[in-house]
Write a protein that binds this ligand. Structure first.
Ligand SMILES: C[S@@+](CC[C@H](N)C(=O)[O-])C[C@H]1O[C@@H](n2cnc3c(N)ncnc32)[C@H](O)[C@@H]1O
Length: 230
């Protein structure tokens, strides 16, 4: 058994997002018992219900909260030595809030965000919406090899099946020199139970060591973050 603190020292594991994740209270059993199969089907469209509908379909109202992502943006900029000349991609950018924060700090950096959700893109800040586009991350990414200094993807790839991961991670790898992805995961039976109760869109329920094993097989050489449901 490999423990989290060993993983942190052995692999490129970051923990910039878990503090925000921990701020949300989740009633796991209520979600499991509230027409969950129907809710999963609705959530998987990633449209209005998922973002701004009832909580049982997803976020239950995904609003911009000033300051919430500022420290995440600052940590990313510092860790990956991002500056005004850098090019950054966010795969599954949602409403583009993270790119918005990065752009506020580094107004001249080049940002691109892609997502499968019309609703999310339409509800992005006007300052970044022109840099966001509708695209399925399971398909080829429309950029040259190593075009980006940094590619980010938070909360997206656990929603893909293993065969979908094979091609999409290769694309994520291809387009950027540095990479940082976050996926939902679990370290023990409690966290697996909580994740299975909570997840509406997850397809790949894997432990950190399984993610690392898989992604290394796919030649992923970037950073990881694993989010847990405690
Ligand atoms: C949990 S949300 C995370 C959003 C954003 N990255 C964040 O951290 O706030 C998952 C995101 O993945 C997007 N997504 C799911 N499947 C996708 C696909 N095949 N291609 C592109 N985006 C996808 C969803 O629309 C949604 O924006």
């Amino acid at each position: 058994m490999i423990y989290q603190k060993d993983l942190f020292s052995m692999f490129k594991i970051l923990s910039f997002l878990q503090p925000n994740h921990n701020k949300t209270k989740r009633n796991y059993l209520e979600r499991m018992q509230n027409k969950k199969i129907h809710c999963m089907k609705v959530a998987k469209y990633y449209e209005k219900d998922y973002w701004d509908g009832d909580r049982k379909y997803g976020y239950g109202g995904y609003k911009y909260i000033p300051g919430r992502l500022t420290s995440v943006a600052k940590k990313i900029i510092k860790k990956f030595k991002i500056n005004n000349n850098s090019k950054i991609l966010d795969v599954g950018c949602g409403k583009g809030y993270l790119l918005y924060e990065i752009k506020k700090i580094l107004p001249k950096c080049e940002i691109h965000g892609l997502d499968i959700s019309n609703h999310a893109l339409k509800n992005s800040h006007k300052e970044v919406s022109k840099y966001l586009f509708l695209h399925d991350a399971k398909k080829k990414l429309p950029f040259k090899k190593n075009y980006f200094d940094l590619a980010l993807s938070f909360g997206v790839y656990h929603n893909f099946t293993l065969n979908e991961l094979e091609s999409s991670i290769k694309e994520f790898n291809r387009v950027a020199k540095k990479k940082y992805l976050m996926v939902e995961s679990y370290k023990n039976d409690t966290e697996l139970f909580n994740l299975q109760c909570w997840a509406l869109t997850c397809e790949s329920f894997l432990k950190p060591e399984e993610w690392i094993w898989l992604l290394k097989k796919l030649n992923y050489n970037g950073y990881y973050e694993f989010i847990y449901f405690k």
